[in-house]
Design a protein around this ligand. Structure first.
Ligand SMILES: NC(=O)c1ccc[n+]([C@@H]2O[C@H](COP(=O)([O-])OP(=O)(O)OC[C@H]3O[C@@H](n4cnc5c(N)ncnc54)[C@H](OP(=O)(O)O)[C@@H]3O)[C@@H](O)[C@H]2O)c1
Length: 262
């Protein structure tokens, strides 16, 4: 599979870093301004870099647009005329831009449109631990499978109906930031209780990793694992009750709701 990524910003370069680990995938990444591509190439020598989008998409099976929404049309304009609408697939990670909107960037007089994938990874794609949501328009089952296989190598993928994409975007993509805030808060608490900052960070990360692996391995509901830690009249239940009194669960849910695209 040959992939060209248009835009070497946060998510474009994170995807390139992750994909560069897969020897079976040939990755080219482009950027409009100078200065971002060379350090990336130094870090990942297998990557191809280019400042010319039209050249960079030659022979690509999948072209992934990774620019800010307001720069998507101008980015597409740089290569639309040389795109093979029958064989080249378009992916876009532009948040909140669904398959209709992505397709409209490719409108041409004969009305033909390419197969389009709306892909929402998160930044953990750089370490091959993304939670990625994908939906498509005009793609064959074979094309859907091929694109899913690429992202399966970069973490976990859910191929969904388009109506689920916004929830996926909020919970998984914005969710990385929310998880980081929990980590920061728990670290601050640990420091207040006497841990050094560097130790607090290690402790919180390992504890969260343990919680995640427990749930992944046994498939239990989190409340069942919580029950195992909460001795009647013990310490954990006192902590949980104080957190809920301060609005922990309600705050998380309210934050997720506030993030939903309108
Ligand atoms: N950050 C995330 O976690 C995340 C997750 C999922 C989806 N997304 C989506 O991904 C998109 C990109 O977000 P980001 O945070 O990566 O933005 P970003 O850091 O601003 O990166 C966009 C990159 O695209 C480059 N670019 C703009 N026009 C171009 C063109 N015509 N040809 C080649 N490169 C071009 C920009 O170049 P210069 O700025 O150097 O000029 C910039 O390096 C957004 O639409 C966002 O919704 C982000």
């Amino acid at each position: 599979m040959k992939i060209t990524i248009i835009g070497a910003g946060n998510i474009g370069s994170a995807m390139a870093r992750g994909l560069a680990q897969r020897k079976e995938i040939d990755v080219t990444i482009t950027n409009i301004s100078k200065g971002k591509l060379e350090p990336l190439k130094e870090e990942c020598p297998h990557l191809n870099i280019s400042y010319n989008n039209a050249e960079a998409i030659q022979g690509a099976d999948l072209i992934i647009i990774a620019v800010k929404p307001w720069r998507a049309q101008s980015a597409v304009d740089t290569f639309r005329d040389v795109l093979d609408y029958d064989h080249q697939m378009i992916g876009s990670v532009v948040g909140g831009m669904g398959t209709d909107e992505i397709s409209s960037l490719f409108t041409r007089p004969d009305g033909k449109l390419p197969a389009v994938f709306y892909i929402i990874p998160n930044t953990a794609i750089a370490v091959q631990e993304s939670m990625t949501f994908i939906c498509s328009a005009r793609a064959s089952q074979e094309q859907n499978d091929a694109v899913q296989r690429v992202f399966d190598t970069l973490g976990m993928t859910m191929f969904v109906e388009e109506r689920f994409m916004n929830a996926g975007l909020v919970v998984a993509s914005c969710g990385i930031a929310y998880a980081m805030r929990y980590i920061r808060a728990a670290m601050e608490g640990g420091i207040e209780l006497g841990l050094y900052a560097s130790d607090a960070q290690k402790v919180v990360i390992q504890t969260l990793k343990g919680a995640s692996v427990l749930l992944q391995k046994n498939g239990n509901h989190p409340e069942l694992e919580i029950d195992r830690v909460t001795t009647p009249a013990g310490l954990t239940i006192r902590g949980l009750a104080a957190m809920e009194e301060a609005g922990f669960s309600a705050s998380v849910i309210r934050g997720l709701r506030a993030s939903m695209p309108k």
